[in-house]
Design a protein around this ligand. Structure first.
Ligand SMILES: N[C@@H](CCC(=O)N[C@@H](CS)C(=O)NCC(=O)O)C(=O)O
Length: 203
């Protein structure tokens, strides 16, 4: 398998999940500016031009992070990275994946946009994002992981997206439960290995 990624962006959750599933994969770095990789034109891999993309061993390409996470968990169920398809708990996991992808990830994407000015970003952060951090902080205040007591792909994705606020000038240090969560998840061996692989690739 090949995971197309860019250091510090939203491919980290996929990488963590691949590692938790014990899979062999190559990391292929995408240059966002030129939309190229060492293999050439990234649009040939996915016409969307976004990461993450996962190239399966048969050459098929999967995109959309929240869907890739589910594909890995369903094809490698022994990883235990999501509750099995069809059970009630899986729908709770999907609710979270969807919330992180749409409300949080897309919201944070606004803050990185080169097309939105500083004042509008500040208003958006204050009016839209803070309530989301509050909701997540409250949810995490009495549990170790998003789905309860066990590490899952939901935690990997949430950790991934919650590592961005500091980069765009949003201070989330006052959200104590989020801070504890970030510390806890950051110590998990697959997470440390994924961060290490990304920083090596960045250098
Ligand atoms: N809908 C996609 C969006 C992924 C996405 O936003 N990827 C960003 C990085 S976090 C990207 O590839 N940006 C490239 C660019 O803006 O040029 C998903 O959920 O996987």
């Amino acid at each position: 398998m090949k995971l197309y990624f860019s250091p510090g962006s939203c491919g980290l959750a996929t990488q963590i999940t691949l590692r938790e599933a014990g899979l062999d994969f190559d990391l292929i770095k995408v240059d966002f500016r030129t939309k190229t990789t060492i293999e050439g034109d990234y649009y040939q891999v996915t016409p969307k031009g976004f990461i993450p993309a996962l190239k399966l061993d048969d050459g098929d390409i999967l995109t959309e992070g929240a869907v890739i996470l589910q594909w890995i968990a369903d094809h490698y169920p022994e990883s235990g990275m999501l509750p099995p398809a069809g059970c009630r708990e899986r729908y709770t996991a999907m609710e979270w994946l969807n919330y992180i992808a749409t409300d949080l990830h897309r919201g944070m994407a606004v803050m990185f946009s080169p097309f939105i000015n500083k004042e509008s970003k500040a208003l958006f952060a204050e009016g839209n994002l803070l309530t989301r951090f509050e909701y997540i902080n409250e949810h995490l205040s009495d549990r170790e992981f998003v789905l309860g007591e066990k590490f899952s792909s939901v935690d990997a994705y949430l950790f991934n997206v919650l590592s961005w606020p500091g980069r765009v000038g949003i201070d989330i240090s006052g959200y104590a439960a989020i801070q504890r969560f970030m510390g806890r998840i950051g110590q998990i061996p697959s997470v440390r290995a994924a961060l290490e692989a990304e920083s090596l690739a960045a250098g």
